[in-house]
Design a protein. Sequence first.
Length: 186
Amino acid sequence: ARVGILLSGRGSNMQALVAASREADSRYEVVLVASDKPEAPGLAWAAKHGIATFTASPKGRPKAEYEAQIDAALRDAGVEVVALAGYMRLLSPSFVQRWAGRILNIHPSLLPKYKGLDTHARAIAAGDAVAGASVHLVTEALDDGPVIAQAEVPVKPGDTPDTLAARVLTAEHRLYPQALDRFLSR
Ligand code: GRF
């Protein structure tokens, strides 16, 4: 399948998806990496690795206009499935509806726990023994669609949000490619 990735930052999950897509038995290829942030390091990495990139800045214009450009870029690239990978903006209902059932997101918590930001600090503050990440289908509400895969990691004594984030992120890099592969085999 032809996959388009949306990101806003570093792009380590995008890199994990690209690496997996270049394995011989992969069910997908990453045909476009698009961002709301021209300076996102993930965009530069994608370009350097031969992947088409697209930026549409939302600054100073209506969300519908900005999202229409992203949507057009995805369609022009023949994208069939969209993978959000650290895309830090809520997509509008009309965008989500146009791609319904074909957008995935990875979120750094064991959903339904800790939707939104600061997931690791919240897991530590709650005294959780286990943390993790979830891959879910995107619906109109933030971090709310059906979960299709999860990975757990321990919360260790002395963990800070940063040390826990690093452990969860390593798990994310295994989880997202596997979850996408399984999603595409359905
Ligand atoms: C990841 O923790 C992901 O779960 C969350 O945003 C972070 C993105 O990191 N949605 P990266 O840009 O993939 O490195």
